[in-house]
Design a protein around this ligand. Structure first.
Ligand SMILES: Nc1ncnc2c1ncn2[C@@H]1O[C@H](COP(=O)(O)OP(=O)(O)OP(=O)(O)O)[C@@H](O)[C@H]1O
Length: 882
């Protein structure tokens, strides 16, 4: 226990920052100041308004010094410090109650009254800022100070009411004069020699490294102060250094004592150990350990703040055991990281970077941001599966079984996957084109990816690209950014823990192409190119990572928004919407058993016939996929669950019937939301039914209504139409005007049929944007129907682009359009002749057998097939119009 004469006292500079009910007790612990804040004190209040204090060494006072040196009751542990001040021994207590500051020593019976204080205090001190307040025990807090500046005490004041003593100080600047430059260089050389000497002693290597690092970064006068604190000097020498305002003189003094210290070090090993055990080194360790503790807390590795803090503070007060433990923990941690890096079998380039970072991290302060950044980076390097992979199961029969088990139908997709696996089996690796499943929502694209991974025995990871707008999302941020992390790809690999998972790049068509943040699709180009992706560079990682073993599968709803270079790297596999029959099968074999299981029922508790399932699909869903159907089935099962639960409660379980029949459905789900509107609709002149294909991959039907009114031949278009569809409308009107005579609308070839009329074309569902040229034939049919007064059957639909000369050009999305028309109750479909092959190849037989297809080469063929003529006359176009 050091004597009072060697102690520091702390005097608040500004009384206003002291909270009224707070008593600050200065406990004398060598040359440190530990403040205990008793009573109710909120830690946050200190954090909000940092308390500035002056730490002022007390001048030697022989009588008290003597008494304290002999005191046997002096506490040495933090728990002891929380004892009342009287028991703690010498202390300066600013009392909030109005009593004056008192240093009370029970043993000696001596009391220091305020006017005795001034002679006790040294003229110079050090202002400190509270950097951390830590709870130490019941009602006690330890406050950790960071030295700010050397200061000279001007005068002391004592507050009347509270009795608190405050001091006015003048800050002593560290400004270096030109003449001091030479002394600084000399001192620096001496300091380096001293630090090198420390390496030979049993001082922790990390501490010496840190000190060496500080030599390069901290101003020389500050280093002089710091080193003098670490070497053996008398208290008087330290006071004299504190009181030396001139930088040159200070450096000279410091140099003198350091030379003396070096000399002493050289003399004997015993002195080495004396240096090793000196008190100031402990201070330094104490500080370092506080930082380590903070990091440990952040990493959630500590056992709690209290226990850790106590250990650290103890070590700061001289407990060798505490110091050893903390040091061990830090070393263990780094050793653990080192071992993980070694086990990760990094390739040469990454290994060099890791070694460099490891060296760097040892020189950094654990509390610094740089340390945390370097540490995170090393963690990522150690976590990445540079050489870890799963063994592929290339068993074709097993894969087939798995795919059939998971999905109904989709024969062409399964065939392609089996081909892919067969090639991989023969060739020995899976470097093959990237598959891209394209189709409407809910047709099983994502779940196919999962089945492929399962059949291969690989891990599966899904990356959702919808809305990704920043290249950095894909490639990561450079480490210089705050909160930088790797991109989605590297994060995925890290999460999988192996370097050969199946990666599903979901919704690749929903990537946002923004030039402002860089194009994320550009990063995908590298990822998906088998020639380049073995050296994929993530900005965060900054060393190449081999992605070539990963199997990439992409999914998209539409090909329109996928950039051409990206599309070029992928093999597109189209998945089409399901017919009602296909939905029935999927529901029967997959969705129903899955939902029964998910609701915790046994299979015998639900029995649904095919007719009911088909009714569910037809009346309650209007989608290409099966998601809504699955939800509908889940609703039905929930109703049965309620029934069963009620009966169980009443003890009448035997009255439960697992059978669900058609007539139960409206009670369970309400009235069907959809009906086959086309069949019910009355045909009307000017109205024709077209077929649409949305960008989400869904097909649908689309009505086109035309009307005429008195005017000057203007054409009005409404219903959220895009430019292309508007142009189609103009082409359609032009064609009808120019063929009015042939169409028997005009009495002779020169008549302008819209001379006294305006035409308005509207496509209902005005809020849904419509675009594309495929409504051309429907627009013409609608206009011809309007002018002739002949109607188009409500069960007839059509699609096709028209040219100005009346030719019908092919369009896309035939399967979806036909299936959705079938779903809507259409019985006759007019299609471009050149789309005949699509119907033959893609449209299921069950649909084909229900619908009459008419293939048109020209618009005349379309009109013949669609317009119901009152007088049954067949139009005969003039030769010149073909
Ligand atoms: N042919 C099928 N056989 C069995 N289940 C299917 C089939 N098609 C789809 N499903 C089921 O439908 C649900 C939705 O499928 P999934 O999530 O794969 O759709 P998706 O095509 O990826 O849709 P999105 O484009 O919206 O992501 C899943 O539960 C899936 O198992």
């Amino acid at each position: 226990m050091p004597s009072l004469s060697e102690s520091l006292i702390v005097v608040p500079l500004e009384k206003k920052v002291l909270l009224p009910s707070v008593v600050i007790k200065v406990t004398l612990r060598g040359r440190e100041a530990t403040l205990l804040v008793r009573k109710h004190f909120k830690q946050q209040e200190y954090q909000r308004s940092p308390l500035h204090l002056a730490c002022i060494p007390v001048k030697p006072l022989p009588s008290i010094s003597k008494s304290k040196n002999t005191s046997s009751t002096s506490p040495s542990k933090i728990d002891d410090i929380s004892q009342p001040p009287q028991e703690a021994g010498s202390a300066l207590i600013p009392q909030p109650t109005g009593t004056t500051a008192v240093t009370n020593n029970k043993d000696q019976g001596e009391k220091l009254v305020p006017n005795q204080m001034k002679p006790l205090l040294f003229n110079y001190g050090c202002t400190g800022r509270i950097v951390r307040v830590q709870r130490l025990g019941t009602g006690a807090y330890g406050i950790f100070l960071e030295g700010l500046s050397r200061c000279k005490i001007g005068s002391y004041d004592q507050e009347e009411g509270s009795g608190l003593v405050t001091a006015k100080v003048n800050y002593v600047s560290n400004v270096t004069e030109q003449q001091a430059k030479g002394d600084m260089i000399k001192f620096l050389a001496l300091a380096r020699e001293f630090v090198n000497k420390m390496r030979d002693l049993q001082i922790p290597q990390s501490l010496v490294e840190q000190l060496a690092g500080l030599l390069d970064t901290q101003p020389v006068p500050i280093m002089a102060d710091m080193l003098v604190c670490m070497i053996e000097t008398t208290f008087e020498e330290k006071l004299s250094l504190l009181a030396t305002e001139d930088v040159r003189q200070r450096l000279n003094k410091a140099s003198k004592w350091m030379t003396r210290q070096l000399h002493v070090l050289k003399i004997s090993d015993e002195i080495h150990s004396a240096v090793e055990g000196n008190l100031t080194k402990k201070q330094r360790e104490f500080y370092l350990k506080q930082q380590l503790e903070a990091i440990r807390k952040e990493l959630n590795q500590g056992n709690g703040a209290n226990s850790g803090a106590t250990g650290n503070v103890n070590s700061g007060l001289g407990s060798a055991t505490g110091r050893g433990n903390s040091q061990d923990i830090e070393e263990d941690d780094m050793a653990h990281l080192n071992r993980r890096l070694a086990e990760a079998k990094l390739p040469n380039e990454a290994l060099t970077v890791a070694q460099r970072e490891l060296k760097r991290i040892q020189r950094l302060q654990p509390s610094s941001t740089e340390w945390a950044v370097a540490r995170n980076y090393l963690e990522v390097l150690a976590d990445l599966p540079w050489s870890k992979q799963t063994r592929d199961i290339l068993d074709i029969a097993r894969a087939k079984k798995q795919l059939d088990h998971d999905h109904f139908g989709l024969a062409h997709v399964k065939k392609r996957i089996v081909e892919y696996l067969s090639v991989a089996k023969l060739k020995g690796d899976l470097k093959a084109p990237i598959l891209c499943f394209v189709g409407p929502p809910g047709v099983g694209k994502t779940s196919l990816g999962r089945s492929i991974a399962m059949s291969l025995g690989r891990r599966f990871h899904r990356i959702s690209l919808g809305g990704v707008r920043d290249e950095a999302d894909m490639r990561g941020h450079r480490r210089t950014y705050v909160g930088a992390m790797p991109g989605l790809i590297i994060q995925g690999v890290r999460r999988c823990g192996v370097n050969n998972p199946v990666f599903l790049l979901d919704e690749v068509d929903k990537l946002v192409h923004s030039s402002h943040y860089g194009d994320p699709a550009a990063a995908l180009l590298e990822v998906l190119d088998p020639e380049q992706n073995n050296t994929f560079s993530d900005h965060y990682l900054n060393v190449p990572f081999d992605l070539s073993k990963i199997m990439f599968i992409a999914t998209a709803n539409s090909l329109d928004t996928i950039p051409a270079p990206l599309l070029d790297r992928m093999e597109v596999i189209q998945l089409h919407g399901y017919t009602f029959e296909e939905k029935l099968h999927i529901a029967r074999t997959h969705l129903l058993p899955k939902q029964i299981q998910q609701h915790g029922l046994s299979p015998d508790k639900i029995r649904v016939d095919d007719q009911t399932l088909l009714w569910l699909a037809e009346q309650y869903t209007r989608e290409s996929g099966v998601r809504t159907l699955e939800r509908t089935i889940a609703s039905v099962i929930r109703s049965k669950c309620v029934q069963l639960a009620n009966l169980l409660e009443e003890g009448k379980e035997d009255r439960y019937s697992p059978v669900i029949v058609l007539k139960d459905i409206p009670d369970m789900l309400g009235v069907p939301p959809f009906e086959k509107e086309t069949i019910e609709r009355e045909p009307f002149p000017g109205v024709a039914t077209g077929l649409a294909y949305s960008s989400s991959g869904n097909g649908g039907i689309l009505f086109i209504e035309s009307s005429r009114m008195p005017g000057k031949g203007d054409l009005r278009l409404t219903g959220s139409l895009g430019d292309v569809i508007k142009e189609s409308a103009h082409i359609a009107l032009t064609w009808v005007k120019s063929n009015a005579y042939a169409l028997k609308i005009a009495p002779n070839a020169d008549t302008n049929i819209v001379e006294k009329y305006d035409i308005h074309i509207h496509m209902p569902q005005g809020s849904v944007p419509k675009e594309g040229p495929s409504a051309g034939v429907t627009l013409v049919t609608s206009l011809v129907s309007l002018f002739t007064g002949c109607v188009v059957s409500s069960t007839t639909a059509m699609t096709g682009e028209i040219s100005l000369r009346g030719h019908v050009l092919p369009v896309g999305g035939i399967k979806e359009k036909v299936i959705s028309a079938h779903r809507a109750g259409v019985r006759k479909i007019v299609l471009p002749e050149r789309n005949r092959k699509d119907v033959d190849a893609d449209v299921p037989e069950s649909v084909k057998s229900d619908i009459r297809f008419v293939y048109a080469k020209t618009i005349w063929d379309v009109l013949e097939a669609t317009i119901v003529m009152a007088d049954k006359t067949v139009w005969r176009p003039m030769e010149s119009h073909l």
